[in-house]
Write a protein that binds this ligand. Structure first.
Ligand SMILES: O=P(O)(O)OC[C@H]1O[C@H](OP(=O)(O)OP(=O)(O)O)[C@H](O)[C@@H]1O
Ligand SMILES: O=c1cc[nH]c(=O)[nH]1
Ligand SMILES: [Mg+2]
Length: 210
């Protein structure tokens, strides 16, 4: 098994926003604000090594060769919880295209139940950033990655806030062309497959219970 590339964004500002998100006294608005701020940091780090293309411009003084992203990623929020990441990610990469996947975990079995898929047909040559704050059992992320691979994606980044070791291992074993950018890898899962210490249900904490 080849180890999946993983980048843990352990910056003091990221840790502070993550703590706000973990805190049970943070209300929905505070949770959304902290998620938005943290998304900015995760996307910034996720694009640190991205290829650049030259752009010829003129400053007010002289001609100048500047740069832009050579391949802006397709952003794919996983509804609902990933919706809280897409606006900030799009602000960071305004030229990005956006696709959508909707998945709700079955509360009893923790199996992913997909209900929406709106993606470009062919993802050949296009980097894809999947946005979902939570990687728990990994079932929802693996389902999303399989949708992308079926459309010829070969460069996938899972951008998450908190991951459980079980979810990381599931992605690793699946062996798809995927890397993980995450603010923290937590201790594990409880009996209901919630991440511990985690932050609860990231969808409910933004939008209220389903
Ligand atoms: O790794 P897994 O075990 O699959 O769990 C992670 C999934 O659970 C959450 O979504 P949820 O199903 O609660 O839907 P929601 O975003 O609508 O609340 C989360 O946003 C992930 O998509
Ligand atoms: O801890 C968890 C696990 C799955 N989904 C969440 O929103 N939180
Ligand atoms: Mg939820």
């Amino acid at each position: 098994m080849v180890a999946m590339e993983r980048l843990i964004v352990d910056h003091p500002l990221a840790a502070a926003r993550l703590t706000t998100m973990r805190d049970e006294t943070t209300d929905n608005a505070g949770f959304r604000a902290a998620l938005s701020d943290l998304t900015q940091m995760l996307i910034y780090e996720a694009l640190a090594g991205a290829p650049r293309a030259d752009v010829q411009i003129s400053t007010p003084l002289v001609p100048h060769t500047g740069s832009r992203l050579a391949k802006p990623p397709l952003l794919v929020p996983v509804l609902r919880a990933g919706l809280g990441m897409v606006e900030q990610a799009h602000a960071m990469v305004p030229e990005a295209r956006v696709g959508f996947v909707g998945i709700a975990r079955d509360e009893e079995t923790a199996q992913p139940v997909p209900y929406l898929e709106s993606l470009p047909e062919d993802l050949s040559g296009l980097p894809v950033f999947v946005l979902d704050p939570m990687l728990a059992t990994g079932g929802s992320m693996l389902h999303t990655i399989e949708l992308l691979v079926a459309r010829n994606a070969t460069d996938i980044t899972a951008v998450c806030v908190v991951a459980a070791p079980q979810g990381v291992e599931l992605l690793e074993k699946a062996g798809h062309p995927c890397r993980l950018v995450v603010a923290a890898i937590d201790e594990g899962l409880d009996d209901a497959n919630y991440i511990v210490p985690g932050l609860g249900d990231a969808g409910d904490r933004q939008f209220g219970p389903r």
